[in-house]
Structures are given as structure tokens and as C-alpha cells.
Write a new protein. Structure first.
Length: 135
């Protein structure tokens, strides 16, 4: 049952991002959002993530760990691009420098491309499933 909670949390957060950022804020990336709107959205997004994390904690603290770990390694970003039908072909994804692998690549002055996002987000998903299966 924990795996269903984990997958649901990742999907709910990703859908929030699709509706909030992709559809409402950027109107399917046809407009550049105002900085104040973007800051307000980020505040809402982080608040929503905290709410999900707290809810998961009351079910099982391991759910909070796996949810945040998967987000930190880019799983929600990967799902965002896949669900928005924006196949990842970006040559340089510098906005992912907040991820552990992105930070290291940024320090090394290397490009952060979609291959890193795919590999590390899928590894975080696999690790999370295994961690939730092992008691």
C-alpha cells in the first residue's frame, strides 16, 4: 500500500505543477510569467510539497523520505515533461543545478542534459520502491 501512496504523491505533485506552471502561469509556454507571479507560484508549490510531505509522514515517515528524495533527484520534473508531451531534448538544463548531480555538474562547468535527468530520476524511483518494499 505504501507504494501506491508514494506513486500517488509524486503524480499529484506533478499534476499540481502541470496545472499551476504549464497551464495557468505560462499558458502552455506561450507567455513569460511575471516575476511576482512566479515567486507566488513557487511559494504555493513549496507549500503544497510540504503539505504532501506532512501527510505522508503521518502514514509512514519512509513515504516522506522517498517522495522528497525522488523530487530532489528530478522525478517530478521528468514526469512533468513527459506528461506535457515535451519530450526532453534540451541540450542544457541548467535549472536542474538544485539537484545533487546538477550541482556537481554545474561546479565542474559541464552541461546538465536530459540524460542525467532520466538516469537519476529513474534511479531514485527504483531506490524508493525497493526501500518501501524492505521493512
Amino acid at each position: 500500500m505504501n507504494i501506491i501512496h508514494y506513486i500517488s504523491a509524486v503524480l499529484i505533485f506533478t499534476i499540481f505543477d502541470i496545472i499551476g506552471y504549464y497551464i495557468i502561469l505560462t499558458k502552455k509556454e506561450t507567455t513569460e510569467p511575471l516575476k511576482t507571479d512566479l515567486y507566488f507560484y513557487r511559494f504555493l508549490q513549496i507549500s503544497f510539497q510540504i503539505g504532501i510531505s506532512v501527510g505522508l509522514y503521518f502514514i509512514d515517515y519512509r513515504l516522506t523520505i522517498t517522495f522528497l528524495l525522488s523530487h530532489w533527484f528530478g522525478l517530478c520534473d521528468l514526469l512533468y515533461y513527459w506528461l506535457c508531451l515535451r519530450w526532453i531534448t534540451f541540450d542544457d538544463m541548467q535549472w536542474l543545478k538544485w539537484t545533487p548531480y546538477g550541482f556537481v555538474l554545474w561546479l565542474l562547468k559541464k552541461k546538465i542534459d536530459y540524460k542525467y535527468l532520466i538516469v537519476f530520476s529513474l534511479l531514485s524511483f527504483i531506490f524508493s520502491i525497493i526501500y518501501l518494499l524492505v521493512r
